[in-house]
Write a new protein. Structure first.
Lengths: 306, 433
């Protein structure tokens, strides 16, 4: 046995009983991830917040402090409000339809038949496909002169559309593409939700003489409420961040009809070199999404089953 | 699984993890390797597509002639991507030595960072005589030369001479004036198969709309900014140019609205008579058209002047150590010298903008064999551009917006739109110095 001095032994006992080693190990395991998130998320966020009070183009060595004037400029800027309205249009256009279609698909594919996995795969594959690659293909499909969509319209005697070339149809075109891309995501989440509903609840409805619609209305839909709530929150957060499709397909046009808020931010930072202003936009966006999520959480509390 | 977890959490396990972690962190620090007495410089460029090997080949030839210099060449995306990466590079202090800077926007802003080397002392009097001042001016900021022109293009008219013949136009005559352009385009716009829809269009431009609008503005004698640095986008000349554009779509109906992205395909398929696009498109067009129709290249029309905007990029040098700057300047001179520009032009279709390069016997022979390439080399003499301005990005974006509104709406109030744009641009100019 090694002879240990009483004080040292007391210290070792202290460490052992308070499980300090465990605590240190715990933090040690988390440290790499913490460092990464700290370096790539928190630090830039704090830095960006500070820069939002300056006028800077990210290149010149001097940064001019301008207080709240970036935020004031934002609130007075008609382009900012328009980009917000465009983003809202996008949200309202995509989310309800994607969720409804996702639910319908989930209900339809929530059973065992030969090929069900194939169908689930088919509907989910757009979700994992590269957004930019898809955007390029859809650009060709939407081409007003050579595109396949107009070709089909002409075949059935309907007038060809301008799709991305008209302010009226550009956003609906992007919305259609987004729905196609993400319906599989909602479907998979709803499938998981559906499969957690115990089968005997359905039997109870059948015994009471209810048909398929009664089953849906009284069992499926209420028990899916947590899933619906979750999908809604995630969808809103994700759709607010749309950028790649706009950048690849329309460049915010025509005449700003598809200039969503993140694209507006991008242009301010990299075309107008107003980096402080862009950070101010980013923070306003953050506050809005945070506020919306918070509001949903409050409403959502009543949604979960007691 | 539980036994494994317990083993990991034991003292020897934790020590192992800590050691692994430290090794990983150390590995992430890379030590660059460099030969004895060699200088390594980094070159960022924005060339992609089939022409890139020409640039890479030239850099390689330079390296062969200069064994003490090693060049790391990196493709960084398009001109806007390069500007973005420079922005990030300035903040992170990770800049290349030689960089390709697009003339469209960004040069004044990058210059103001103080990181670009002023090139005045490296430009000789011969250089100034050799390069058209209108072109050189595009790379001069605050009266200092910040980049040397390298990859230069102008818009040209890509012409379907077969269609010209079919509708009774002389196949080798360019539309000389705006009126000629309307006249030719009207004849070329027709419904070939009688289904009530137009199948062949008379005139169209490529998707870099603002650049083509500039050509009409300059031809009409207008400018984007006045001598005081304020925007002049609501001047009479600019209004008339935009009105002409609107008339092409709505009054004369020779240009389909808002389909610029597909215009190249339309032309290559033979369904567009006159197509305005960069001179850099010539080789690609010829390859895609093959023998489908007679393809020739024509000059832009004039209104008050024959004037063309310049496009493309120049090469700039970032400040660093004296050896690296010297090496970068050596590469710069190699690429942009008389021989360099000739080699580059021949291989890529970008313009032989140096008069000495165009006069070289092998270039003259090249032009004789390739008359299409000669048009832009002659047109560059009429380059008329504003010096780069901090608000160029805003002007480009704003004008594109105005054009999109104008093409969509025949009744758009052009003077009002331009007045609003002008006020907005001037507000930005005032805010940002």
């Amino acid at each position: 046995m090694i002879r240990i001095r009483p004080k040292t032994r007391a210290l070792m006992t202290f460490i052992a009983t308070r499980r300090v080693a465990d605590i240190v190990a715990g933090y040690g395991f988390v440290l790499p991830a913490l460092l990464l998130i700290g370096a790539f998320v928190f630090l830039p966020a704090v830095y960006g917040f500070l820069v939002s009070f300056t006028r800077w183009d990210m290149m010149s060595p001097t940064r001019t402090f301008v207080g709240l004037s970036n935020y004031a400029e934002l609130l007075e800027s008609s382009e900012f409000w328009r980009s917000l309205a465009v983003t809202m249009y996008y949200l309202v256009g995509t989310i309800p339809i994607t969720m409804a279609l996702g639910l319908a698909l989930a209900v339809a594919l929530n059973r065992q038949f030969r090929g069900v996995t194939f169908f689930r795969l088919v509907f989910y594959s757009p979700v994992v496909t590269s957004t930019v690659a898809m955007a390029v293909v859809w650009l060709w499909m939407y081409d007003p002169i050579n595109g396949i969509l107009n070709y089909f319209l002409l075949q059935v005697g309907l007038p060809p559309q301008k799709w991305l070339g008209s302010s009226a149809t550009a956003m609906p075109s992007l919305i259609a593409m987004d729905i196609w891309k993400y319906v599989g995501y909602d479907m998979v989440l709803y499938l998981a939700g559906l499969q957690s509903i115990p089968a005997d609840l359905y039997e109870a409805v059948e015994v009471d003489g209810g048909g398929r619609w009664a089953r849906f209305r009284s069992i499926t839909w209420p028990l899916l409420a947590p899933t619906t709530f979750f999908i809604l929150v995630i969808s809103i957060i994700n759709r607010f961040r749309v950028f790649a499709t706009v950048h690849t397909m329309t460049g915010g046009g025509p005449a700003g009809a598809t200039e969503v808020i993140v694209y507006f931010l991008y242009k301010q930072a990299f075309q107008y070199f107003k980096v402080g202003y862009a950070f101010a936009i980013a923070y306003v966006l953050f506050v809005m999404i945070f506020g919306m999520t918070l509001a949903q959480w409050r409403i959502g509390k009543s949604v979960h089953y007691q | 699984m539980r036994v494994f977890a317990r083993r990991c959490l034991s003292t020897p396990g934790r020590i192992t993890f800590a050691a692994l972690g430290m090794i990983l962190v150390l590995l992430s620090f890379q030590v660059p390797a460099s030969g004895q007495g060699q200088v390594t410089i980094a070159f960022w460029h924005a060339m992609d597509g089939p022409k890139t090997p020409v640039l890479i080949g030239m850099v390689r030839d330079f390296a062969k002639e200069n064994p003490a210099i090693k060049v790391d060449v990196t493709f960084q995306g398009d001109y806007t991507d390069v500007v973005r990466k420079v922005q990030a590079g300035i903040a992170a202090n990770a800049l290349p030595n030689l960089v390709m800077l697009g003339q469209r926007h960004g040069i004044p802003n990058i210059s103001d960072s103080g990181k670009l080397l002023v090139l005045d002392s490296y430009v000789t009097a011969e250089d100034r005589k050799d390069i058209s001042p209108g072109l050189f001016g595009r790379y001069t900021h605050d009266r200092k030369v910040m980049a040397i022109p390298f990859l230069i293009s102008t818009p040209v008219l890509h012409i379907n001479a077969s269609r010209f013949r079919e509708v009774g136009l002389a196949p080798d005559k360019d539309p000389a004036t705006w009126d000629d352009l309307v006249d030719y385009a009207k004849k070329l716009t027709r419904d070939v198969n009688g289904d009530g829809r137009i199948d062949q269009w008379g005139f169209h431009t490529h998707g870099d709309i603002a650049w083509h609008v500039f050509s009409f503005i300059y031809q009409n004698g207008g400018t984007l900014y006045g001598r005081d640095g304020q925007a002049t986008l609501d001047s009479r000349e600019v209004i008339e140019a935009i009105q002409f554009w609107s008339d092409l779509v709505h009054k004369h109906k020779v240009m389909p609205a808002l389909t610029h992205a597909g215009a190249s395909r339309l032309f290559v398929a033979g369904n567009l008579g006159i197509f305005q696009r960069s001179s850099a498109f010539v080789e690609g067009a010829a390859a895609q058209i093959g023998s489908r129709f007679d393809y020739r290249v024509g000059f832009l029309p004039k209104k008050r002047f024959l004037a063309v905007p310049s496009g493309g990029a120049g090469l700039g040098v970032f400040k660093s150590t004296p050896e690296k700057e010297k090496a970068a300047i050596a590469l710069l001179k190699y690429l942009t010298g008389t021989r360099g520009i000739a080699t580059f032009s021949k291989g890529t279709g970008y313009i032989t903008f140096r008069r000495s390069s165009a006069a070289l016997p092998d270039m003259q022979a090249f032009f004789a064999d390739n008359p299409r390439e000669h048009v832009a080399a002659q047109q560059i003499e009429y380059a008329r551009t504003n010096p780069p301005h901090r608000a160029d990005g805003a002007v480009w974006d704003g004008l594109e917006n105005v054009i999109e509104k104008v093409e969509t709406d025949a009744k758009a109030d052009i003077p009002a739109l331009l007045k609003e744009l002008n006020a907005r641009v001037n507000r930005e100019i005032a805010r940002y110095r």
